[in-house]
Ligand binder design. Structure first.
Ligand SMILES: [Zn+2]
Ligand SMILES: [Zn+2]
Ligand SMILES: [Zn+2]
Ligand SMILES: [Zn+2]
Ligand SMILES: [Zn+2]
Length: 380
């Protein structure tokens, strides 16, 4: 290779000498106009190269010059491993220049490492109720190889609930619990729902606190809807000859209109008061329906039994007004006009007129031989 390059160089130089611009007979004299240098032979790390340029006025005019050695222009061969890598240390590989074997390049081969052999996880930071812990393991081949991972917070270990304030029928209570680990986090507290009344089903009084246990809209002892409630109570006259009365707190409407209590249609009734009783003194106020009914029925109660109760009666005028007021809660007052047990001329005059309540329009008066619905009620 080296020999070939030298021979070629000699040949080019000789050519320059031979075709020099020496013969004025052949050419008009001129000042050369040189083109660019062109590499004929590249230089290498060990040999010079050659480049030439031609005159553009006469291509036979040529200049030749050497290109200096390029110390980076090696011709390297393949990489070969010269030091094998070990588990921990890098190895090395080397390549040599074809022009001069003293021109050498090296580069590292990464250390081989190993497949870690992990020991058991060991807790290195204990978790608490609310913070993560940490555990660690080491490689048995190299103690500097360490892995860590978090341990979930434990969460509180709550004890049983303890009551602070007992709930009553109407007021909620309070209870608390603490963490068995004594972690210092505040206790947890929660309300205890109010218990609600447990009414005596006959009297309506709560068996626990003795307050009134029913509310308007509840189902009463007679299986109907409670539509009137008096916290302080009202005087309820229990029969035609009761002039003192007892204290009552509730009015309960029968489940259906009279006549429909066995699943049939409701009836239109003439006022059940007898003509012979037309001078009977009745009362319009709450508490008088039962007494009114027995007076106009000549001392009898209504011939009506629902839910084993026989104490139903025709409401007085103001009792019937309460039916009117709560008709949406009662829900099935499907008739329009309902008898009261209160005569229009409550002082017992000669007029055969009775108060009625129209569930759409309110108070009216009807003659005793007209027909209206009856929604019986009871008091307790
Ligand atoms: Zn020339
Ligand atoms: Zn080289
Ligand atoms: Zn390892
Ligand atoms: Zn805790
Ligand atoms: Zn209660």
């Amino acid at each position: 290779m080296k020999k070939t390059i030298k021979l070629l160089g000699i040949f080019v130089i000789n050519t320059l000498i031979i075709i020099g611009c020496e013969n004025p007979a052949e050419h008009q004299p001129h000042i050369h106009q040189w083109g660019d240098w062109q590499t004929i032979i590249s230089s290498t790390c060990t040999t010079e190269g050659i480049e030439t340029r031609h005159c553009i006025l006469n291509a036979k005019h040529v200049e030749t010059r050497r290109i200096a050695i390029n110390f980076n222009a090696h011709m390297f061969g393949e990489w070969t491993e010269t030091t094998a890598p070990t588990e921990y240390d890098d190895g090395e590989e080397t390549r040599y220049c074809a022009y001069d074997s003293r021109h050498i390049e090296t580069r590292p081969i990464a250390a081989l490492g190993h497949t870690h052999v992990w020991g058991d996880w060991i807790q290195t930071l204990a978790p608490t109720c609310v913070t993560e812990g940490e555990e660690t393991r080491h490689c048995s081949l190299n103690e500097e190889h360490i892995e860590t991972r978090p341990i979930n917070a434990l969460g509180h270990d709550w004890g049983d609930w303890t009551q602070i304030d007992a709930p009553t029928c109407t007021i909620q209570g309070l209870e608390f619990r603490t963490c068995k680990r004594n972690c210092g986090i505040a206790d947890e507290r929660q309300p205890i729902p109010a218990l609600g009344h447990i009414p005596n089903t006959e009297t309506g009084f709560c068996t626990v606190c003795n307050d009134l246990g029913y509310n308007i809209g509840d189902t009463g002892p007679g299986g109907g809807i409670i539509f009137y409630k008096s916290v302080y109570g009202f005087t309820f006259f229990t029969s035609s000859d009761d002039s003192i009365g007892v204290k009552a707190h509730y009015l309960e409407a029968a489940p259906t209109d009279m006549g429909a209590e066995n699943g049939g249609l409701s009836y239109h009734y003439q006022w059940p008061g007898k003509k012979s009783n037309r001078f009977t003194v009745t009362n319009i106020f709450i508490g008088y329906g039962k007494k009114n009914t027995e007076l106009i029925e000549a001392g009898k109660h209504l011939n009506l039994t629902i839910n084993d109760k026989i104490d139903w009666f025709i409401p007085s005028y103001y009792e019937c007004v309460e039916l009117y007021n709560q008709q949406a809660i009662i829900g099935n007052l499907t008739g329009s006009e309902y008898w009261t047990s209160s005569r229009y001329d409550s002082a017992g005059g000669s007029v055969y007129s009775v108060y009625i309540i129209d569930m759409s329009y309110g108070s009216f008066v009807r003659r005793i031989y007209d027909t209206c619905h009856i929604r019986a009620i009871r008091a307790f």
